[in-house]
Design a protein around this ligand. Structure first.
Ligand code: SF4
Ligand code: SF4
Length: 318
């Protein structure tokens, strides 16, 4: 599969990547051997780019997928913590958990607003130090926020940007409110022009846009500045079809089989605002004592009404 330069990092990546969140316990919860098989299949089909995170708890899947294969994919991970020590521990956990001397890309996970830059300065300082020591090769941020993506372009140490974008603008934020698709596209273009390597997330809107699979991926891949698009993979078939898509050979009628999957709340993204609770006609959602929304599968009709009102795109269909 063709590879392209990820900004000025010296890293070459394929136009699509394998999101490893899907197989882990936050979503499908596949046994390690089975989930590793999905990741390995993506690699066998030529995809060379993997996305994970400390909170996904999917390092064992990647380690198992790589064991004895000789594959050397580009691995991106990230940490929600803000302190120097939290990031140091996260980088060490990733190196040990995936048995790698260095992690290719490490990010501040889900930067949400201007104050986040300052409150997570310690974590960023550690990332710069880790890069200087060769423990990571490139550093950056992931975000759903337009204002954060705009600022990334002017951050001198920023190597890569991992923003949320999709053709319906689902889940894009600006400050405390909603952000627009086109303004996020403009921020991505600006970052690309600044030499930052951009790879995008949630092109399929957390599963809500799978009915137009090719169009949804084409939209994001066609944006100026986007080098690669991460797609969460939950099965061997999905890995095969994604590779076919990247090679321009996918049947236009393809629609991922999402039968047997259900609406879930990604606790890493949920801000506990309660909007989904009021929107659900089935009274299937409640706020837990921990401040997260929770969907009762016995009451949920998979109607999808709740997903569009979630400001952080925390409600996903898997
Ligand atoms: S998919 Fe429909 S029924 Fe299920 S939690 Fe969301 S709004 Fe409620
Ligand atoms: S709407 Fe989204 S952020 Fe708000 S409580 Fe529901 S899942 Fe959480």
């Amino acid at each position: 599969m063709k590879k392209s330069a990820l900004g000025k990092t010296g890293i070459q990546v394929t136009p699509v990547g394998c999101g490893v969140l899907t197989v882990g316990r936050s979503q499908l919860g596949l046994p390690v051997g089975e989930g590793a098989g999905v990741v390995r299949r993506a690699l066998e089909r030529g995809i060379n780019f993997l996305d994970t995170a400390q909170y996904y708890r999917t390092y064992p899947y990647i380690r198992e997928a790589l064991r004895g294969t000789g594959f050397e994919p580009v691995i991106s991970s990230k940490c929600l913590g803000g302190s120097y020590g939290a990031m140091r521990d996260a980088v060490e956990e990733a190196r040990a958990g995936m048995d790698r001397d260095a992690i290719d890309i490490f990010l501040l996970h889900e930067l949400r607003h201007g104050g986040d830059w300052e409150s997570r300065r310690g974590a960023w300082e550690y990332l710069m130090e880790a890069k200087a020591k060769g423990l990571v090769r490139a550093i950056g941020i992931s975000t759903h926020h337009v204002d954060v993506a705009e600022r990334a372009a002017s951050e001198l140490e920023m190597d890569v940007l991992f923003p949320l974008i999709n053709r319906e603008g689902l889940g894009i934020r600006r400050g405390a409110g909603a952000g627009g698709r086109d303004e996020m596209a403009a921020a991505i273009k600006k970052a690309g022009e600044a030499g930052i390597g951009v790879f995008a997330m949630k092109a399929l809107g957390g599963g809500n846009l799978v009915g137009g699979y090719i169009a949804a991926l084409d939209y994001v891949r066609g944006l100026p500045g986007v080098v690669s698009v991460m797609v969460g993979l939950g099965s061997i078939d999905e890995a095969d079809r994604l590779a076919e898509y990247a090679e321009g050979r996918l049947d236009v009628s393809y629609r991922p089989d999402i039968s047997g999957k259900r609406m879930r709340v990604d606790r890493g993204d949920c801000e506990g605002c309660g909007a989904c609770v009021g929107r659900c006609p089935s009274h299937a959602v409640r706020l837990t004592g921990g401040g997260f929304a929770e969907i009762d599968p016995a009451k949920c009709l998979n109607c999808g009404y709740c997903a569009p009102v979630c400001p952080t795109r925390a409600i996903i269909f898997f």
